[in-house]
Design a protein. Structure first.
Length: 217
């Protein structure tokens, strides 16, 4: 595969995307592109009533992500590596879970038009964790609008991510389970991951932290 100029960290809610993205940016001395989710005015209402606010929430996210990645695409990806904590295709994963069939049809028309103008990642680091781990991390970060998030919704999101990455496999992927790996606290684990990123040869590969790299009990 070509030089990994555009690296994306992805995975379900609470898996640790932003934390790892910042760590990688610091290690590489480059810029971290972070999702601007807090600017979505529909998000708190969505977690109170998913059915009533799903379409507004999804369209706002899609346009916000498009604008942000369009600006990023204007940067010279070949002069410095960029790392982001989301990919534009993420929007489609959530849309499939939250929208009705008619809403999804309209969403897909708009999404396909917009994504043609955006760069594809050279490598996607797909972070996994158990639902119990995700719920624990979601609770620990204490966002008020996430307090009503149900276990069943997190399970749906995990299933949608697995379907996208395991069945469709649309990108060069490095799979990393984070149930017992804390990259912010364990330098050996982070070094191992950095080596796995640089040696990734394309397709679908898995990084398993070596014995002694576990960060969680």
């Amino acid at each position: 595969m070509r030089e990994k100029s555009f690296v994306v960290v992805e995975g379900p809610i609470g898996v640790g995307k932003t934390t790892l993205c910042r760590l990688l940016a610091r290690q590489w001395g480059t810029r971290a592109i972070l999702e601007e989710f807090e600017e979505n005015p529909f998000l708190p209402k969505f977690y109170q009533d998913r059915r009533a606010y799903a379409f507004q929430t999804q369209i706002f996210f899609m346009l916000s992500r498009f604008r942000q990645q369009q600006k990023m695409a204007q940067l010279d990806l070949f002069s410095s590596r960029l790392v982001a904590d989301y990919m534009f295709a993420k929007d489609r994963i959530f849309a499939a879970v939250n929208l009705s069939d008619n809403e999804l049809d309209l969403y897909n028309v708009l999404s396909q038009i917009l994504r043609r103008e955006l760069p594809e990642p050279d490598l996607v680091i797909f972070l996994q964790a158990s639902v119990d781990t995700l719920l624990r991390r979601i609770e620990a970060r204490g966002r008020s609008y996430e307090r009503n998030m149900s276990r069943s919704y997190v399970e749906q999101i995990v299933e949608a991510y697995n379907d996208y990455f395991f069945r469709q496999r649309p990108h060069h992927i490095l799979l990393v389970n984070t149930d017992r790996a804390d990259f912010s606290e364990n330098e050996e684990s982070l070094r191992g991951l950095l080596d796995a990123i640089e040696s990734h040869g394309g397709g679908f590969e898995t990084y398993v932290p070596r014995l002694g790299e576990a960060g969680y009990p």
